[in-house]
Ligand binder design. Structure first.
Ligand code: HEM
Length: 156
């Protein structure tokens, strides 16, 4: 495995945990805020920023791997038609990349819409909906065997 590939794959693999933890904190604190009718606070703003920033990093590293480094996606891109007939290549070249780009766009849209609202209850609600959908999509596309593609949970 090339050095650059190892580094980017390592970063992309571990950053998934930051995304999942930050996303869960954002979701749970909005659920708590909604049920306790409390104000949208600095803690939520901070974790929402961590969530969005980790997603942006994931997108950047993912795109770099996708177009320039990963032997898997480069192979798929060299003959896209053939790759569509191979479920593993299709997972990386289409499903993983496309669904995650959509999930990141949804999380970003949600964050913009939350900022536009001034009433805390509405901020909590929007956070729950947009972050919740983004997290479900992200979880579904993590290669944990569900889509027939398995990768280590912790890459060393
Ligand atoms: C929240 C979004 C994402 C998460 C949680 C995520 C997660 C992962 C995980 C866990 C792996 C396996 C790493 C390993 O083998 O240890 C992986 C690989 C990869 N991801 Fe993502 N990813 C995301 C978004 C993206 C995006 C948007 C792209 C590209 C547009 C992308 C492209 C890739 C590529 C190219 C690989 C390596 C495939 C290979 O070389 O076999 N990822 N991703």
């Amino acid at each position: 495995m090339g050095t650059l590939y190892s580094i980017t794959l390592f970063l992309h693999s571990w950053n998934r945990w930051l995304i999942l933890i930050a996303g869960l904190i954002v979701l749970l604190s909005a659920l708590k805020g909604l049920s306790q009718k409390s104000d949208y606070n600095g803690f939520q703003r901070k974790w929402s920023l961590v969530f969005l920033s980790s997603l942006h990093l994931q997108l950047l590293v993912g795109l770099i791997m996708y177009f320039f480094i990963s032997p898997t996606t480069l192979l798929a891109l060299s003959d896209f038609g053939a790759a569509m007939k191979d479920s593993t290549l299709r997972f990386w070249a289409v499903e993983h990349a496309f669904v995650n780009v959509v999930a990141i766009a949804l999380a970003q849209t949600g964050s913009i819409l939350v900022k536009k609202k001034t009433i805390s209850k509405e901020k909590h609600l929007r956070t729950i909906i947009w972050t919740g959908i983004a997290l479900v999509l992200i979880l579904a596309m993590i290669p944990m065997g569900m889509m027939g593609v398995d990768r280590p949970w912790f890459r060393f």
